[in-house]
Design a protein around this ligand. Structure first.
Ligand SMILES: [Fe+2]
Ligand SMILES: [Fe+2]
Length: 161
């Protein structure tokens, strides 16, 4: 939610879902669409530099696929059911959704490893720095998104593990 970090999170279920779709799902898609080619460019330009994040574009692409599958399931199955009040058996898709959230952590830890915990070296160029700033924003916003779903929203329908 780049420009709107302090906006109040709505309480009503439909409005909260709309908030998640606009401020997280759409934002993640836009961020990943620009970060993947930026990572590929930095890797290519700095191919001979041992500090360069070799493989970052590939890991970001993997994360994008994981997140796309996950967000599509929420958008097509889970959120429409929640808009009409949940219902019997909703705890099963919620459990799958929570497990997906845990899976994102594997790609994120690999990203941190490839990038020296997203700290650019002193000689990094502007593209390299903006790649790490943008990736840090993506990871921070993904963490906020997951915390909102896991800790605030989903417990309305199924108790947390
Ligand atoms: Fe989500
Ligand atoms: Fe989610």
């Amino acid at each position: 939610m780049h420009d709107d970090a302090t906006a109040a999170v709505p309480q009503e279920t439909g409005a909260l879902i709309d908030h998640i779709l606009t401020n997280y799902h759409a934002m993640h898609r836009a961020d990943l669409a620009s970060l993947i080619p930026l990572a590929a460019r930095v890797e290519q330009v700095h191919a001979d530099d041992s500090d360069a994040p070799k493989g970052l574009a590939r890991v970001l692409t993997r994360l994008a696929h994981e997140m796309e599958d996950h967000m599509t399931k929420e958008e097509m199955i889970l959120f429409p059911a929640m808009r009409v009040g949940g219902g019997a058996g909703i705890e099963h898709p919620i459990a799958v959704t929570r497990a997906d959230h845990d899976d994102h952590a594997v790609s994120i830890s690999l990203i941190r490893k490839l990038t020296g915990d997203l700290t650019p070296p002193k000689h990094a160029c502007g593209f390299w720095r903006s790649l790490y700033v943008g990736t840090t924003t993506l990871i921070d916003e993904l963490a906020a998104h997951i915390a909102l779903e896991n800790d605030v929203f989903f417990p309305r329908f199924a108790p947390a593990r």
